[in-house]
Design a protein around this ligand. Structure first.
Ligand code: AKG
Length: 260
């Protein structure tokens, strides 16, 4: 059975720890359907080239630029292919996000992150809020849905419990050529959440997270939705920010290490 109702203890866990595992957001058949749409994005059958990047950045030596994208990120899939908005992943993750952080939560953006086989490239430790402009209301939650089994060796998510309750850490770009943002953190501060296809993990916008590289021969596809109060989405847009642009440190507090 798929899930779209949370218990009080799940909501309390999220508020206290900053993340929450939810089993079976999608059925097996739904996972298959999402895998097909995912391939349409990766093969550019659904035109997404302008929103596609390698989170690993460019290799330091441009002559050695990776032939294979190591961490493929495609932003705003539902703006490029709106039928996704009424499908189960968006509907159920939205329903659960509202139970976690409030009825005023709306979809801000979504993204695909794929780790190809044997690419061995970690997603660096970071807090999502470091990418975003500073906002008066910091409620924000991501739903990270696995379309393949996600285990330590192919890049399941790791979280640092309670980190959303502490000041944001200072962030910096991880690589020349526009790599993901990084802050100082280590695995022993947190724990890995290994999950099956169709299951998901929610994390708060202030929760520190990371994933190891994919050292296996199989894919690691994730479909991610992100929600925040509608008033804050309008605030972002009025300030020219819509999650399709560059990956600079945008949050003033992440430059200094404070978080209001
Ligand atoms: O999929 C990954 O490796 C990283 C995902 C991530 O950083 C996020 O969903 O905020």
């Amino acid at each position: 059975m798929t899930s779209d109702i949370l218990t009080t203890s799940q909501i309390d866990f999220f508020n206290q720890q900053g993340y929450l595992f939810v089993e079976n957001l999608l059925s097996k058949q739904e996972v298959e359907e999402y895998r097909q749409v995912y391939e349409d994005f990766l093969s550019n059958k659904i035109e997404s080239a302008n929103y596609r990047a390698d989170l690993a950045g460019l290799a330091e030596d441009p002559d050695k630029k990776a032939e294979v994208e190591r961490i493929t990120q495609i932003m705003i899939p539902s703006r490029l292919f709106p039928p996704l908005l009424s499908r189960p992943l968006h509907r159920r993750s939205h329903a659960l996000a509202r139970q976690l952080l409030g009825e005023d939560l709306e979809l801000d953006f979504d993204m695909l992150i794929d780790k190809a086989p044997f690419t061995n490239t970690p997603t660096p430790w970071h807090q999502d809020a470091s990418y975003w402009i500073s906002m008066p209301d910091t409620r924000a939650v991501s739903c990270w849905v696995a379309l393949d089994e996600a285990i330590k060796d192919n890049g399941c998510m790791w979280y640092i419990p309670k980190s959303h309750l502490l000041p944001i850490r200072p962030h910096r770009p991880s690589a020349k050529g526009g790599g993901a943002l990084i802050c100082d953190a280590i695995e022993s501060e947190g724990g890995a959440v290994e999950i099956q296809p169709g299951s998901c993990v929610f994390h708060h916008g202030g929760t520190l997270h990371y994933s190891r590289g994919n050292s296996t021969g199989k894919r690691r596809r994730a479909f991610i939705t992100n929600f925040r109060p509608g008033s804050m989405i309008r605030y972002e847009r009025e300030n020219g920010f819509d999650h399709t642009g560059d990956r600079a440190v945008k949050n003033e507090e992440a430059k200094s290490g404070d978080f209001a």
